[in-house]
Design a protein around this ligand. Structure first.
Ligand SMILES: Cc1ncc(COP(=O)(O)O)c(C=O)c1O
Length: 414
């Protein structure tokens, strides 16, 4: 029996695979207690954008920690939150100008919970009577109950299904199916992962589909919630994926890269119209949502520093460099025998190794073990392997990723 007192996430401790102790992180690398340097090809669950321990974010958090640890965010505020919010709206102004209000929380899942409650609350306060939530088949929005309800019904949610609220799932590749559902005019909102469905297997769909779904929501009076927890902060080639479809969501969820991946934080952004539905002198229509650490100063300092990096450094050029390496490697990888379905969206390159799919595919632990032997951190989704690196990753390090994939594909999918 593995007696780990720490119960790790998405981990079957009974398999006896020891966790790797990491003592330091810098740039694209994780340094282990036994002296290895592991290339973080998945940005540590998609969070690290510029690189680990970016000096500007480290300094901002250090400075904040020395003067303001935590303060209740109801009735009180602070300059770090204010600075972060102003910088955020400045970044959004040329891209998604409709988003005007920022509600803070702790993670991607909490950003989604807040979004769902905002959408339902909006319709309740507006008196439309709409309460149905529509989501995409194959989606993933987090592990809290509201987020699980909106997610696909799969291995992640199997045992919890009786406790999930009903959601209508539609196929992102079949926009007509959405229109049929929306025609009932009872939908409060459609929630989507724009362009890339991450945990569902890095499934990618065209900006035209996203634009068509957004137009249908507008036509039939449903709000559009863009869950950009994974796709935000440059992953798909633009600050937010919605930009590529010319789509202005009513509500947007972000986390992960919001702090450059430095510390947990979530944000749910809303249009003036959504905010107004809660606004007034009646206390019963305020947004009944919070968590103890909402607006934590250290998280706000990290987020503000991340935004300063976006404003002042050539982040999009680094993103372009990574995307171009992927684009050059894709044809080479697709020539390999055991590699299928190569797909790319910005800095995300995904492919399938062999044909044994599904999250619980026996291939997944074997793939992980082979990659880690080569000092490259990959965590496949079933047989789907993806390269989703920090933007500081060099062309030479990306080549190491592609070479490891080629090598491992031949060994594992023999
Ligand atoms: C699209 C999407 N939404 C929500 C979440 C949940 O975020 P968190 O793990 O921070 O709760 C994730 C996490 O991977 C995600 O990819």
């Amino acid at each position: 029996m593995n007696q780990s007192i720490l119960w790790h996430p998405f981990t079957q401790h009974g398999l006896g695979v020891a966790e790797i102790p990491v003592v330091r992180a810098e740039g694209a690398y994780l340094y282990t207690a036994d002296g290895r340097a592991i290339l973080d090809a998945i940005s540590s669950w998609w969070v690290t954008t510029h690189g680990h321990c970016h000096p500007r974010i480290v300094k901002a958090v250090r400075d904040a920690a020395a003067r303001l640890d935590q303060v209740i965010f109801a009735g009180l505020t602070h300059d770090l939150a204010q600075e972060m919010a102003e910088r955020f709206l400045r970044l959004l102004a040329p891209r998604l100008p409709g988003l005007r209000h920022i509600f803070l929380s702790d993670s991607g899942s909490t950003a989604v919970e807040a979004a769902l409650k905002m959408a339902i609350g909006y319709h309740a306060h507006s008196g439309t009577g709409r309460n149905r939530i529509i989501a995409l088949e194959g989606g993933y929005h987090g592990d809290t109950f509201g987020a699980m309800s909106a997610s696909a019904r799969d291995a992640f949610t199997k045992h919890y299904e009786p406790y999930l609220f009903p959601v209508t799932h539609v196929d992102p590749f079949d926009v007509n199916m959405l229109e049929v559902t929306l025609k009932a005019r009872d939908a409060a909102a459609l929630i989507v992962e724009p362009l890339v469905q991450g945990a569902g297997g890095m499934r990618m769909y065209a900006p035209e589909n996203l634009a068509a779904m957004a137009a249908l929501c507008k036509r039939y009076g449903a709000l559009l919630i863009a869950d950009e927890v994974m796709t935000g902060w440059g992953r798909t080639g633009t600050l937010f994926a919605c930009e590529q479809a010319g789509v202005q969501p009513d509500i947007l969820c972000t986390s992960k890269g919001l702090t450059g991946g430095f510390i947990g934080m979530g944000a749910t952004l809303a249009t003036e119209e959504v905010y107004r539905a809660f606004y007034g002198t009646d206390r019963s229509t305020m947004f009944f949502h919070s968590s103890s650490f909402t607006g934590n100063p250290l998280a706000c300092a990290a987020a503000a520093a991340n935004m300063a990096i976006w404003e002042e450094e050539s982040v999009l050029e680094r993103i372009r460099a990574v995307s171009e390496c992927h684009a050059a490697a894709a044809p080479r990888l697709s020539m390999q025998e055991k590699i299928y379905n190569i797909r790319q969206c910005g800095t995300i390159l995904a492919l399938d190794i062999g044909t044994e799919g599904g999250y619980l595919s026996a291939l997944a632990p074997r793939l992980r073990a082979e990659f880690i032997k080569r000092d490259v951190l990959f965590r496949s989704l079933g047989n789907t392997v993806y390269v989703l690196p920090p933007y500081c990753t060099t062309a030479a390090d990306l080549e190491r990723c592609y070479a490891a994939i080629t090598d491992v594909a031949h060994i594992v999918a023999a």
